[in-house]
Structure formats: structure tokens, C-alpha cells
Design a protein around this ligand. Structure first.
Ligand SMILES: [Zn+2]
Length: 252
């Protein structure tokens, strides 16, 4: 007899297998990331279909076989209908899925990551979002994910000399994992300038101060800076994790 495991999970990826099967990547509350086979899921009569769609939160049940885990049940908990009605929101959800696929490989449950999923999906599901908020939801997710994975960057002191940053020319080095003060910047070749405004945005993101963030007036130049910085830092982490894909999941 197989043991049946039950948990909740967010569905982030699906790939067709064979004639009618599908492989789902589900980030679960109790087991972390799972790749689960849904047998004959593409057949109309499959009882699994109702609970298996991208960006659903579902209650799932699975069994552990010799070579893979097989889904035996899936019941929809929340389908985030507003996310589905808006292509821009869907795009953010796909980018998040791609980042996760690159950076989270293991089966380790993580309560903080689960909370981050809940926060992110409920924000994407909200009505009447300003366009800039879409980007903010994404970067909030991205940088907090970096932090949860143990790559939380330094945005208060210089990453080299540890001195508190004072106003002036500040640079950011992905390799050193944070900001670099003016006097240290000569020693570091691969760094880019970063404005104090962008540093402040990133500090708020990592403090999880959504209330302040959502009221900020976001200028396009800071958003651009945030995009470039996120891209460079993401690639550094992908490099370190040794993930195979280096597709940039970033928005402009
Ligand atoms: Zn320094």
C-alpha cells in the first residue's frame, strides 16, 4: 500500500508527458518544491483537472512511487480570478515561475517562502492596481526570495570596508553582494552606480514594508536601475547555484 500525502500548493509549471500525462511543479506548504506526475490528466474525464491549472492554489494528494511522485487528487482552493483577467499580471506570474524554476530546486519546506507566495498572489489578485505596482510586486518577490535563499544583499554598510554609507557616489557590486563606498569603489571593477533612492526602495522591500512602498512615487529612472540591478544580481545567484538556465526573467 502506498502512503497518501496531503498538502496545499501553488502550481507554477506544467509539461506534457506522453499521450495524456502531465508533469506539474508545485511549491507546497509541507514539502517544498515537488515535481508531480498527473496520469491521464489531459483526458476530459480526469478528476484531477478541476484543481490543476497554472497559478492555482490547490489542496493536493500524492503517492511516492519508485521513480516519481504521482498525483492522486487535486482540489482548487483559490484560483485568483483577477490575475487571470489581466495579461500584465499573468506575465508577472510567469516571471515568478521562471525565477523559482531557476533558483529553488530542493524539497525543503519554508514557511517564509510560503508566506511570500501568499502575499504575492493576493496582491496580484487585487483590483485597480497602478501599473507601477505590478513591477513592485515582482521586485518585492524577487529580492525577498534572494534573501530567503541566503543571498540577502547589504544595503546599509559598504560590503568591503563595512563602513556606513554616506551620501555621495555609491556603487553596487553583485559579486561582493552589496553596496560599495566611494573610497572602496576603485578596488572593484565590476560594479555599477546606484542612487540612494534605489537603495531606499530596496531597503523597504527587504524590510517588507509594503505599506510605505505602495505609496511611493516611483520615477522611471529608479525602476530602470532596479531592473538592471535585479538582473545582474539574479545572474550572480544563478551562477553560484549552478543552475543550467540563465534566461533573464526580468521585466522592463
Ligand atoms: Zn568601503
Amino acid at each position: 500500500m502506498f502512503v497518501h500525502y496531503r498538502t496545499q500548493g501553488f502550481i507554477f509549471k506544467k509539461i506534457d508527458r506522453g499521450e495524456a500525462d502531465r508533469l506539474f511543479t508545485v511549491h507546497t506548504k509541507d514539502f517544498g518544491r515537488l515535481d508531480l506526475l498527473a496520469k491521464a490528466e489531459r483526458k476530459i474525464k480526469s478528476k484531477l483537472r478541476g484543481g490543476l491549472e497554472l497559478f492555482y492554489l490547490s489542496e493536493i494528494e500524492f503517492i511516492q512511487g519508485k521513480t516519481h511522485k504521482t498525483l492522486t487528487d487535486a482540489i482548487l482552493v483559490e484560483n485568483f480570478p483577477n490575475l487571470r483577467k489581466d495579461l500584465k499580471k499573468l506575465r508577472i506570474a510567469y516571471q515568478i515561475a521562471e525565477v523559482l524554476d531557476n533558483l529553488v530546486k530542493g524539497q525543503e519546506p519554508d514557511n517564509n517562502l510560503w508566506q511570500l507566495f501568499e502575499e504575492t498572489f493576493s496582491r496580484l489578485n487585487a483590483n485597480n492596481l497602478k501599473p507601477v505596482i505590478y513591477n513592485l510586486i515582482y521586485y518585492y518577490f524577487l529580492w525577498n526570495l534572494f534573501s530567503l535563499l541566503g543571498y540577502g544583499p547589504e544595503f546599509y554598510n559598504c560590503s568591503l570596508c563595512q563602513k556606513k554609507i554616506t551620501p555621495g557616489k555609491i556603487r553596487f557590486s553583485s559579486k561582493e553582494g552589496g553596496i560599495i563606498c566611494q573610497s572602496c569603489s576603485q578596488k572593484i571593477k565590476s560594479s555599477g552606480e546606484i542612487t540612494l533612492e534605489t537603495i531606499k526602495i530596496l531597503r523597504l522591500i527587504l524590510k517588507k514594508d509594503w505599506k510605505t512602498l505602495s505609496k511611493l512615487k516611483f520615477e522611471a529612472k529608479y525602476l530602470k536601475e532596479l531592473t538592471l540591478l535585479s538582473q545582474s544580481y539574479f545572474l550572480r545567484i544563478v551562477d553560484e547555484i549552478g543552475a543550467s538556465s540563465s534566461t533573464s526573467p526580468l521585466i522592463n
